[in-house]
Design a binder for this molecule. Structure first.
Ligand code: GAP
Length: 562
């Protein structure tokens, strides 16, 4: 619904989301769902390369978290078991978890355009005069202070965004035209001793300059002054089209059984986590697990997001990779610290550069009432750069969930710790990552413009993540080369995701594989027929060397594993 923020003018090396989306469409990573019917907002289909990429990320997580988890903080080996619970559960589950009562976003409708947005994502562009000098700071602070006290200050225009920074980038972007009678006059990196970058200035019809800044409009202000706040979809910046904010539950409802009434209402799960808590007792009763241990689950989650946006970053159907780590209360802080660091290191191990990742600890105001700590692992997405956006959250959930389910269900969920000779509800540390969002991170990180290549861009996936591990090309489709290529392909495909491509000239075939992010290409040429050697072309260095065709399997095994 909202326009993706344009690239900033001052970042020539910045990756463009538009280019990434175009490549993903062109090469078959991701398609809009129901595209031939005009699409459906917030839903995406993963194409042949996208599903391989997603499965590689999913399998790496499962391997590194369940099958072969890291050593614990004291060098001990960890025990984490898997689960695949139902998407639809008894609706009482979501009452106990707090999702029926509390999983709400404040939503505002524009009565003219029928567009809808999240009130907590509304930013205003506020202006203030720069004269007389010295008054600026005061006026700047005045606006902030008044808004935070719930008073109304008229924004010039509004926009839906995730942060002040993203909001201002919308206005600074080349496509944005200020409402009449203003003209835009961008001043980059200008500082008015305001301790923050100056955003942009507008010239009015008299040639007077107004300095402008973007500030989130507090919900209280939108509620109390709805009629005076301009809609982000208004063309002329005039107010009057917004309806009062309403709380909107994010869970998708459906019904089970032939009769549709209040009693048949069920929900699509908004997170995979609750299925784990529901099965805590089943797992401890049937498996040889002892606290501390974890239960992990990967699967679909559904949220009726008010404003799905930024490609697959926030969609309405997505996948999560969540693990609930159950431990004794006295050890919860130790495990929390361990998991935050372990998860950050894990993303780096997949080739995500440390510069593009950061840990952000939630402040007290952000924490759920039952949580004592929460940290996000954030990535510098093209649409948040130079800022960061969430990729994974690691939450210290206390014993909230087990307590809630114990109370609401009446089932006893306590654990008997033989070593401590104590019955208790374990505390929980939850690393919760988005699988779909992780795919977006892999795509953004891999996208590497290179004007020297025919493709002008290549996808620099970590070999473990690459959807196609190697391509096999006969140089020409004759002289026995296709037969040799076919034989090599048949051998390799039993173990690796490889592709055989016989069409087009070799340069075009390399270009195609560069865009797919294939780390190695093997070419069968005239010399192969004489001495059984093939050319290996390496994606990142573009180096070419010859090895014996019998060594191709071990060459891949050394670099990719398996
Ligand atoms: N059980 C905790 C939980 O669900 P969350 O922060 O709401 O926590 C965890 O979700 C992760 O799921 C997020 O860090 C994000 O990667 C992913 N996620 C959440 N909502 C999403 C959405 N609408 N679209 C894509 N990914 C989403």
């Amino acid at each position: 619904m909202t326009t993706p923020p344009p690239e900033t003018a001052d970042a020539p090396t910045a990756k463009s989301m538009e280019d990434i989306v175009a490549l993903c469409k062109r090469r078959g990573f991701i398609f809009p769902a129901s595209e031939i019917y005009g699409g459906i907002n917030g839903f995406w289909d993963f194409g042949p390369l996208g599903v391989e990429l997603k499965n590689n990320l999913r399998d790496a997580w499962w391997h590194d978290m369940v099958r072969c988890p890291p050593e614990g903080p004291d060098g001990e080996s960890l025990s984490i078991v898997g689960l695949d619970s139902a998407i639809i559960q008894n609706p009482k589950v979501w009452e106990a978890s707090g999702h029926v009562g509390g999983f709400n976003d404040p939503m505002v409708d524009d009565r003219e355009t029928k567009q809808r947005f999240r009130a907590d994502q509304l930013f205003g562009l506020f202006h203030y005069t720069a004269q007389p000098p010295g008054k600026d700071r005061l006026f700047f602070d005045d606006v902030k202070e008044k808004l935070s006290a719930g008073e109304f200050v008229a924004p010039l225009v509004t926009v839906v965004a995730n942060s002040e920074e993203e909001a201002i980038r919308h206005f600074v972007g080349r496509d944005w035209k200020p409402p009449k009678p203003y003209k835009r006059d961008i001043i980059e990196n200008f500082k008015l001793e305001l301790n923050r970058p100056f955003d942009l200035s507008l010239l009015d019809s008299q040639g007077k300059q107004w300095y402008c800044m973007s500030i989130r409009i507090p919900l209280q202000v939108i509620e109390n002054f709805t009629a005076q706040v301009p809609s982000p979809f208004s063309k002329d910046g005039k107010a009057g089209n917004l309806m009062n904010p309403r709380m909107f539950n994010l869970m998708f409802k459906t019904s089970v059984g032939a009769v549709q009434d209040e009693d048949s209402v069920v929900y699509l799960r908004p997170e995979t986590a609750q299925g784990i808590f529901l099965n805590f007792k089943n797992v401890t009763d049937t498996q040889r697990v002892k606290v501390p241990f974890g239960i992990a689950q990967i699967g679909k989650a559904f949220r009726n997001e008010v404003t799905p946006r930024n490609y697959i970053f926030r969609s309405r159907e997505f996948e999560q990779m969540e693990m609930e780590f159950f431990c004794h209360e006295s050890e919860a802080t130790k495990w929390y610290d361990f998991w935050v660091q372990t998860r950050l290191d894990w993303w780096k191990s997949l080739g995500i550069s440390a510069d593009n990742l950061q840990r952000r600890d939630h402040d007290a105001a952000e924490l759920a009432h039952y949580s004592t700590a929460c940290a996000d692992i954030e990535y510098r997405y093209p649409f948040t750069a130079p800022g960061f956006g969430e990729l994974e959250g690691i939450a210290h959930r206390g014993c909230y969930d087990l307590t809630q389910h114990q109370e609401h269900s009446g089932a006893k969920l306590t654990y008997f710790d033989q070593e401590r000779n104590e019955h208790y509800l374990p505390h929980v540390i939850e690393p919760a990552a988005g699988l779909s969002r992780g795919v977006l991170v892999l795509l953004c990180e891999a996208y590497t413009p290179d004007p020297e290549r025919p493709s002008k861009v290549y996808m620099k996936f970590h070999p473990r993540m690459a959807p196609i591990k190697a391509a096999i090309f006969p140089l020409v489709a004759k002289d026995g080369m296709p037969e040799v290529a076919q034989q090599l392909y048949d051998e390799l495909r039993a173990k690796y995701a490889v592709q055989l491509d016989v069409k087009q000239n070799i340069g075009k075939r390399y270009a195609r594989m560069d865009e797919a992010g294939t780390p190695y290409c093997f070419t069968i040429d005239g010399q192969t027929l004489e001495d059984q050697t093939v050319t290996i072309r390496e994606r990142d260095t573009l180096s070419q060397e010859r090895i014996n065709i019998d060594q191709v399997g071990s060459y891949l095994a050394d670099r990719i594993g398996g």
